[in-house]
Design a protein around this ligand. Structure first.
Ligand SMILES: Cc1ncc(COP(=O)(O)O)c(C=O)c1O
Length: 231
């Protein structure tokens, strides 16, 4: 197959060393080999994402993680911060999941400001918000550190941050926000084939009713195939 050099936000070029590493034989996903591998890469992922929290890997696309995050983390109402094609789609996804969702829409090309979020969260209506750090469709970056600082004021609101096209490309004070948020994180700027690591709040929210429907996944593991076949 011809080697087409991509000049898009991502996926990006993968090195020969990475390709080589991917030619290893398959291992069982319930075996000790997988447990060892998952444990071994945690410190490296934590270093890459500048967090001490546990990192979860998903083989779904980013939307799979985001749908899972909304399904599991929002029981009351979600504030969707919207400034471009991808962040606007969060609102669409929330509605399709049957969530009570409110749009915080700014013109495409403008960032979302912390004051705008503060004003809406102050109403007390929300238990989750969605935000895209770098809105890939317009190249607009919202001030994540200022927005993350609001977490102290609203500790019970889950900040779900999509950092698909930014996290490994830009350094932020991310230890602060990664420890307080769930963040479907980087895929595009990272020089490896698609996968979706995410870090999450260490404290489980409770009480939490069971999700009204199973979390969508594009994983091809046998356990997820079984989940799908029950639907
Ligand atoms: C900011 C952002 N969020 C979400 C997505 C969707 O990612 P996926 O195609 O892996 O679902 C993209 C893809 O370009 C993106 O740039």
């Amino acid at each position: 197959m011809a080697h087409v050099k991509l000049h898009i936000p991502g996926p990006v070029e993968v090195s020969a060393k990475t390709f080589q590493a991917m030619t290893q034989p398959m291992i069982g996903h319930r075996g000790q080999g997988f447990k060892d591998l998952y444990g071994r890469i945690q410190p490296q992922l934590q270093s890459m994402l500048s967090t001490q929290q546990r990192i979860y890997l998903s083989t779904s696309s980013a939307w799979g993680v985001m749908e899972g995050a909304l399904t599991n983390l929002c029981t009351k109402k979600v504030l969707n911060c919207m400034c471009g094609a991808f962040s606007d789609k969060w609102f669409d996804v929330a509605k399709k999941l049957g969530k009570d969702a409110e749009a915080l829409q700014v013109p495409w090309g403008s960032p979302i400001r912390a004051e705008q979020i503060d004003a809406r969260l102050a109403t007390g209506q929300f238990d989750a918000l969605t935000l895209i750090h770098n809105e890939t469709s317009t190249g607009t970056m919202s001030p994540l550190d200022e927005i993350a600082a609001l977490k102290k004021k609203y500790p019970d609101v889950m900040f779900i941050v999509d950092a698909v096209s930014s996290l490994t490309a830009f350094r932020t004070a991310s230890t602060t926000w990664a420890s307080t948020s769930s963040s479907p994180a980087p895929r595009k700027p990272s020089p490896y084939p698609p996968a979706s690591p995410s870090s999450s709040h260490p404290r489980p929210r409770s009480p939490r009713p069971p999700p009204s429907r199973p979390v969508a996944t594009t994983s091809t593991s046998s356990s997820s195939r079984r989940t799908r076949s029950r639907t």
